[in-house]
Write a protein that binds this ligand. Structure first.
Ligand code: SF4
Ligand code: FES
Length: 238
């Protein structure tokens, strides 16, 4: 094995100094399941979907998030193993019951990373009891709407607004099961914030929580992004 390489499910992957396992794997064309990682944004470690089993050169194995763990020479990383995917399926099942995700009535269906990842993990049903939480829909903005029923607290919009848009429109408030997305405006409403449909944060939501208004079925069901190829086979992997 050459100097700056590790193995991912047995395949050798090269990395640049400072790369995370996720960055190196994605660059090499490997799919590591994720919901809260984006190549243009800083690390978060919010969703844990990217958890892999890492065996170091001394033979010690630990589990860690691929998006927050630095690549090191000689690591052996187990990614798409039945055990890792079973853990991911459980995480997804918890996410699905914790919010209100009714795919057939959601405009994001077919373009949704949560839905596509659930298909990829062979998730068939919710398994746990649905919470059916009461969460608001904020339609106060002239061109965008915010449906917190679908928010999975990935913080992509939070980081996008801070790091790229320079606006800090979004933040996460509360703790544990009470965690929720908050909008930086005196009223707490999107229409009273600095948010714009041209913000990077307006396009980064992996689910259907932040969507443009008055735009439905422009791309028909069956011809959408993940209808064409499963998330693990498309070039950018979500
Ligand atoms: Fe993530 Fe979307 Fe929720 Fe923002 S609104 S935290 S991008 S799921
Ligand atoms: Fe790594 Fe979410 S993608 S924790």
């Amino acid at each position: 094995m050459t100097a700056n390489t590790f193995t991912l499910d047995g395949s050798e992957v090269g990395f640049e100094p400072g790369d995370t396992l996720m960055q190196a794997a994605q660059r090499a064309g490997h799919y590591v399941p994720h919901l809260c990682w984006h190549e243009k944004l800083g690390q978060s470690g919010a969703c844990r979907l990217c958890t892999v089993a890492i065996t170091d050169t001394r033979g010690h194995t630990r589990k860690a998030a691929a998006c927050t763990t630095r690549a090191e020479p000689g690591l052996a990383v187990a990614n798409r193993t039945p055990a890792q995917d079973a853990d991911r399926r459980l995480l997804l099942q918890m996410l699905f019951v914790e919010g209100n995700h009714f795919c057939p009535s959601c405009e994001k269906s077919g373009n949704c990373l949560l839905q596509a990842t659930a298909y990829e993990m062979d998730m068939h049903g919710p398994q746990f009891e649905e919470f059916y939480p009461h969460r608001p829909v904020d339609a106060s903005h002239p061109t965008m709407w915010l449906d917190l029923n679908r928010c999975i607290l990935c913080k992509l919009c939070v980081r996008a607004s801070h790091e790229i848009d320079g606006k800090d429109v979004f933040a996460i408030g509360g703790h544990g099961i009470g965690s929720h997305l908050i909008v930086n405006a005196p009223s707490g409403r999107l229409g009273d914030s600095a948010f714009s449909e041209t913000d990077f944060a307006a396009s980064v939501c992996p689910v259907g929580a932040i969507l443009p208004k008055r735009r439905g079925f422009v791309i028909p069901i069956g011809e959408r992004r993940f209808d064409k190829a499963p998330v693990s086979e498309e070039p950018e992997h979500g």
